[in-house]
Design a protein around this ligand. Structure first.
Ligand code: NAD
Ligand code: ZN
Length: 359
């Protein structure tokens, strides 16, 4: 089936080692007004804060990413920005981090120009007014959050992970500087990097596709194979640049995922397992649906000497199993993309729980 909706992408990017130094002129072009820099807490005690082009009246906010952003986090950040700007809007928001920080910056930018709470915009095309201008600076590659039209937020009350899917969620500008990913630990690099691989194969195996998406996905997947299965250090300079490009291409190919993401979302909601690793746990038991991809994941983990803990869902409470089932089956769009409208007859409750217990 052809995807016929109008497709927008991030309008401008700069790619290359050292491009972070261009943040100064990009931010300057948006002044006058206050600039808000949302920075992953990892960088608090590194030289990076000293390199930010922050002036009096701007705010540098370090975000704790030990857990992924919730709707309450976004409400609090937007409230703080409103208070600090005394009714005016910031002239620019900058998100510097992995998917969690990029998504937080995107969500806050939407909420500053739209009334109400973050959870009111979880869904498709619910954001009514254009967001505050925002610049994305990824420091960890793989989610595609830098170029996607969504920002994934955890909503524990509704027990779901869902983004504000909207053209207004897209960043206005990206700085893609592979130098910023130098400090990423190997397992984090692999788990988040493999998110790109998941987005690509899930999109190209699904029902809603077009040739542009297929070509982007093929390009990004080929890069992932080079990085994770090729010779040498996966964290070498050239591989980190390739991963940044793969994430960007894969982010444009994503949007219609398949079975991995619903199972992964269940794990994140119930057991708070971070997205990239949760995807790998999910794919590790989905071989009957994705045999080649499951084998490839096993080969990559073996090649890079990174292992997934086993038995993560072997002894949970009935309540937790129920929450895992609900947290998975609620994702009707991707499940029907993968298995058709009749997905619930294949993925019965007992089938879903059997798969979780195999992880
Ligand atoms: P993350 O942003 O949660 O960060 C993971 C860890 O890596 C954190 O501890 C962080 O401090 C650390 N880190 C980041 N950059 C680093 C660096 N340069 N050096 C050392 N450590 C660094 O991880 P992620 O996998 O990039 O993002 C996951 C989030 O992205 C989830 O919330 C997920 O739902 C979301 N996501 C969004 C989209 C989208 O399109 N918007 C797509 C997929 C996933
Ligand atoms: Zn993902």
């Amino acid at each position: 089936m052809n995807m016929t909706r109008n497709t927008r992408n991030v309008p401008a990017y700069m790619l290359g080692h050292g491009s972070f130094a261009r943040l100064d002129s990009l931010v300057d072009a948006r002044r006058p007004g206050a600039v808000f820099f949302y920075v992953d807490d990892f960088f608090r005690n590194t030289p990076l804060p000293g390199d930010l082009p922050a002036r009096a009246g701007d705010s540098v906010i370090f975000l704790d990413t030990s857990r992924e952003p919730t709707v309450e986090d976004i409400d609090a950040l937007a409230d703080a920005a409103r208070t600090s700007c005394r009714g005016a809007l910031p002239c620019c928001l900058v998100g510097i981090g992995g998917g969690s920080v990029l998504d937080a910056a995107k969500a806050v930018a939407n909420l500053l120009t739209n009334p109400g709470k973050a959870e009111e915009y979880q869904g498709w095309d619910l954001v009514k007014n254009p967001a505050v201008y925002k610049i994305g600076v990824p420091t960890l590659s793989g989610t595609g959050a830098e170029c996607s039209r969504t920002c994934v937020l955890t909503n524990m009350r509704r027990r779901l992970k869902l983004g504000m899917n909207s053209d207004f969620t897209l960043f206005d500008q990206l700085l893609l500087d592979p130098g910023l990913t130098r400090t990423v630990p190997p397992s984090q690099f692999l788990f988040t990097g493999m998110d790109t691989f998941m987005h690509c194969f899930e999109s190209s195996r699904g029902a809603y596709r077009n040739l542009i998406v297929d070509v982007l996905a093929a390009g990004a997947s080929a890069l992932c194979r080079e990085i994770f299965l090729g010779p040498g250090d996966m964290l070498a300079d050239d591989n980190r640049e390739k991963m940044m490009v793969a994430s960007y291409l894969g982010g444009m190919a994503a949007g219609n995922v398949g079975l991995v993401h619903p199972f992964s979302a269940g794990l994140s909601i119930v057991l708070h397992i971070p997205h990239g690793r949760a995807n790998c746990h999910a794919l590790s038991v989905l071989g009957e649906f994705y045999p080649e991809e499951q084998a490839l994941l096993a080969e990559i983990l073996e090649r890079r000497k990174i292992s997934l803990p086993l038995g993560i869902c072997s002894s949970l409470t009935d309540e937790q199993y129920e929450a895992l089932y609900q947290g998975t089956i609620i994702h009707e769009k991707p499940l029907s993309n993968a298995l058709g409208a009749d997905f619930a007859s294949i993925l019965t409750r007992s089938k879903i729980l059997e798969l979780f217990k195999k992880m």
